[in-house]
Design a protein around this ligand. Structure first.
Ligand code: AKG
Ligand code: FE2
Length: 151
């Protein structure tokens, strides 16, 4: 659950720094009457996600990006504060158990589409996620296979 109190200078702070979720999918509920606070990064522009009554927001997380070898990309998002109104959101993260080993599923790579992510335990990833700052999609570097520059 996330609570964002009103902030007299929302231009100077963020409610939540830019990040992608470590989950496979995130289901997000924005409280009724909440001001807009969630923004997603699309084509290098922050786009506000208007709360729709009785609707849930479904975000793709890093785990689904890895499983699909990058076909589905996790969404970078952040939350901004509001000058007068407070805001409440409830995030439910759907993710594998810590002991589950995962990597790109077979149908998402072949000789023409190389594996972009290595295999790891979800628990290792979670540990990496919570011990590093939220910094856009940087946490996903943990799983990326670095391509050698031959030039
Ligand atoms: O409050 C929001 O809308 C975003 C919350 C969020 O991104 C998170 O809990 O991971
Ligand atoms: Fe998030």
């Amino acid at each position: 659950m996330n609570y964002y109190p009103p902030c007299s200078r929302p231009d100077l702070v963020l409610g939540l720094s830019p990040h992608s979720d470590g989950s496979a999918l995130t289901v997000l509920q924005q409280a009724k009457g909440s001001p807009v606070g969630l923004q997603i990064l699309k084509n290098s522009t922050w786009v506000p996600v208007q709360p729709i009554p009785n609707a849930l927001v479904i975000n793709i997380g890093d785990t689904l990006e890895v499983l699909t070898n990058g076909k589905y990309r996790s969404v970078e998002h952040r939350a901004v504060a509001h000058e007068e109104q407070d805001r409440l959101s409830i995030a439910t993260f759907y993710a594998p158990s810590y002991e589950v080993a995962l990597g790109p599923m077979q149908e998402f790579f072949d000789e023409n589409h190389p594996c972009k992510y290595r295999r790891y335990n979800h628990g290792e990833y979670s540990k990496h996620y919570v011990t590093n700052k939220l910094q856009g999609k940087k946490t996903l570097d943990f799983a990326k296979i670095q391509v050698e520059n031959t030039n």
